[in-house]
Design a protein around this ligand. Structure first.
Ligand code: GUN
Length: 293
């Protein structure tokens, strides 16, 4: 038996259609279209691709906004000034600064400068704090999308052993917080492994659900996975011959897992769908159509 596919592409399509309908409804009731501004610094090819996808998904959903492209050697002050301008623009409901930023820019200062009520990435300390308290306003898009995919697929997290491989602010850390929250999609017993963990493989092997976000191409093979486990692959890398590969060796893990996310077509499309969901929520909050923490 090989693993069933956690089809993020199909679920994201359904979610995006719902968001488009809800966006049209918001526009009809308030005259306000949700506005998403994406800021990208430099010309990293992967970031450029991600940003294009985010822009076209927002446009397809009936949202306004666009991408602001800044040179890789932009002064930190100039980037902060752009953020200040977006913070003050009532047509902008969501702001996303694509990461990573060039080394000369303090990422933390940038994240903290984005207005917490426009922080659709969920990276601002106020939003991370709300998430840690169990009442998220904007949860980071990738783990929020993984949670949605597990729930939609009927995968029980309550009482299960979940192992998160990677402790990044973008994925691993918020993923662990979501899995340990009370309620739907949470209530798991969570372990986080990282670069200082001596033997992550043996810990991963204990997991009923393993979230792989290590940024290492095809590192996780069948020896890391308990037969019957659910495997979520957050990685995306350009492999030999231009083929896209994840952090998981799918040829080896696919035959023993119960469920697995494909690469591409698993986690990536869900990240974008959740960005739209957060942007719609930001616009609802700004127009008094919703309340939140
Ligand atoms: N870089 C990789 N993933 C993300 C993300 O979800 N948000 C931002 N801003 N940058 C990223």
């Amino acid at each position: 038996m090989s693993a069933a596919i956690l089809d993020g592409r199909a679920l994201a399509k359904t979610i995006r259609a719902r968001i488009a309908a809800e966006t049209a409804d918001l526009v009809g009731r308030t005259g306000v279209a949700p506005g998403l501004s994406v800021v990208v610094v430099g010309d990293d090819p992967a970031s450029q691709v991600y940003v294009r996808h985010k822009e076209s998904a927002a446009r397809e959903a009936g949202m306004a906004g666009g991408v602001i492209r800044l040179a890789g050697d932009v002064a930190a002050g100039a980037l902060l000034a752009v953020i200040d301008q977006l913070n003050g623009d009532p047509a902008v409901h969501g702001i996303l600064v694509q990461l990573p930023l060039p080394a000369h820019i303090d990422e933390r200062a940038v994240i903290e400068r984005v207005s917490a009520v426009k922080d659709v990435d969920g990276f601002h300390p106020e939003n991370l704090g709300l998430l840690a308290q169990g009442s998220p306003r904007f949860a980071p898009c990738t783990p929020w999308g993984i949670r949605a995919l597990l729930i939609a697929s009927g995968i029980e997290t309550r009482g299960r052993r979940a192992v998160v491989l990677g402790r990044s602010r973008i994925v691993g850390l918020p993923m662990a917080l979501l899995l340990m929250q009370k309620g739907l999609g949470g209530d798991a017993t969570v372990t986080v492994c990282h670069t200082a963990t001596p033997d992550p493989r043996s810990i991963a092997r204990e997991a009923d659900i393993v979230i792989v976000a290590m940024g290492r191409p095809e590192l996780v093979n069948a020896s890391w996975v308990k037969p019957g486990a659910v495997v979520v692959d957050v990685g995306i890398h350009r492999g030999e011959g231009g083929k896209l590969v994840g952090d998981v060796d799918h040829a080896s893990v696919g035959p023993i897992a119960s469920w697995i996310t494909p690469v591409p077509g698993g986690v990536g499309p869900m990240t974008i769908a959740m960005l739209l969901e957060n942007t719609l929520k930001a616009a609802r909050l700004a127009t008094g159509q919703a309340t939140a923490p």
